[in-house]
Write a protein that binds this ligand. Structure first.
Ligand code: ASP
Ligand code: MG
Length: 406
């Protein structure tokens, strides 16, 4: 008997009616002879509602207390689902993270999972029970409740599936799979039946919001097969496979847009080796993720540096740069927080050349200004103005022939 982990997101459990539909879905899987562990998000809107309550009291609420508060949303959804299953004659048990020994570090609001004790879950499964676990939450060494960051139940599900050696981790959501691009940005987007794990990882980190990127990283590291599918309609969704060597006939599989980019520009940095080491150390200490980094020579002694961060840490990053400017010499500082990153992703880039050239010429022909370019093995990203997002995505989606055939 195989264990299947099924994760249901906020909209999938957004009302009692939806919770009853999820109960039916789980019963279907159980009746196919599987042992089912469901991992749930809070009912949609709940986490935001709780966050707003806290923010009305304090714009910067205590991180520990915020986690205590936010984690309560999942306690509601898991117990309601268990009630619905029990009413239907199935034995089910809802469990909080602490009850399954889901240990994290003590970074409140963005904790990382360290360990999961499977004893309780396995005992429940062996007794024929459906196990329902609160996603998004954990528990640190001192017994404090932690949360994994917004969207963290995906990671909970993958980590639980890995710990249980599940056959598959199914992420049920409100879309029926992973698309060639966001259908709201380009209506010709089409669903992908399979993508490689590497592509999914790049898509998540490049802005496709289907899965939390930590979840994808975790799944890849542990080779946990994933499937994204809809809890609103039937279908086999998108399977995330591990055939890294697969030779694709097409260079690009998807176009993604990452909305919230901010670029910081440092012009004329002397002593750059030392300054850059200091800068990126300080950014790392402040937990600021740096994405694109481009360094160019200005003169024999000086360089320019451009890098991007998430828009919501733009000011924090600016403060760090300004602080550094007090101790070292930088000629000028500037920035722009109205930018977006558009990426073309494809395993086929491993075997196709000229992808960057096609991409840049298509953007140029469309009159779209490109600020920064970065390339990776299976991804090419460009930084463009926020107002160019839609046209850039559409131009590239068409250029790489991703449009659904009519
Ligand atoms: N309920 C949490 C959130 O809204 C976690 C999740 O849904 O994955 O971010
Ligand atoms: Mg989510």
């Amino acid at each position: 008997m195989a264990i299947i982990v099924q994760k249901f997101g906020g909209t999938s459990v957004g009302s009692l009616k939806r919770i009853e539909a999820v109960a039916e879905q789980i019963i279907k899987t159980k009746n196919q002879g599987h042992q089912v562990v469901a991992v749930l998000s809070a009912m949609s809107g709940d986490t935001n509602r709780l966050l707003n309550l806290a923010k009305q009291l304090d714009a910067n609420p205590s991180p520990r207390e915020l986690d205590m508060l936010l984690a309560s949303g999942e306690q509601v959804s898991i117990s309601l689902l268990a009630i619905a299953l029990i009413k239907r004659g199935y034995s089910a048990v809802s469990l909080l993270a602490a009850q399954i020994g889901l240990k994290t570090n003590n970074r409140f609001n963005k904790a990382r999972i360290l360990d999961i004790d499977t004893t309780r879950m396995l005992t429940e499964l062996q007794q024929g029970h459906i196990v329902i676990v609160a996603g998004f939450q954990g528990c640190d060494d001192e017994g404090n409740i932690t949360t994994l960051g917004r969207g963290g139940s995906d990671t909970s599900a993958v980590a639980i599936a890995t710990a249980l050696h599940a056959k598959e981790c199914q992420i049920y959501t409100d879309v029926d799979g992973v698309y060639t691009t966001d259908p709201r940005v380009d209506a010709t987007a089409k669903k992908l039946d399979h993508i490689t794990f590497d592509e999914m990882l790049e898509m998540a980190s490049a802005g496709a919001k289907v899965l939390q990127n930590r979840a994808v990283e975790y799944a890849g590291k542990h080779k946990m097969p994933l499937r994204v599918l809809s809890s609103f309609s039937d279908g086999s969704g998108t399977k995330i496979e591990f055939s890294e060597q697969s030779v694709a006939s097409h260079p690009v599989s998807a176009i993604t847009a990452h909305q919230d980019e901010a670029m910081l520009s440092l012009v004329g940095i002397a002593e750059h080796g030392r300054v850059i080491a200091m800068l990126f150390n300080e950014l790392a200490n402040a937990d600021i993720e740096v994405d694109m980094i481009v360094q160019t020579a200005l003169s024999a002694e000086k360089i320019n540096l451009n890098f991007t961060v998430h828009r919501n840490v733009y000011q924090q990053a600016q403060l760090i740069v300004a602080g550094l400017n007090n101790v070292v010499q930088i000629d000028a500082l500037s920035g722009n927080d109205r930018l977006v990153k558009i990426s073309a992703i494809g395993n086929g880039m491993r075997s196709h050349t000229g992808v960057a050239a096609s991409m840049l010429s298509a953007l140029y022909d469309a009159g779209i200004e490109v600020y920064l370019i970065s390339t990776a093995e299976i991804k090419i990203s460009v930084l463009v103005k926020q107002q160019d997002l839609t046209s850039a995505v559409q131009v590239l989606h068409t250029k790489f022939e991703l449009n659904a055939k009519k």
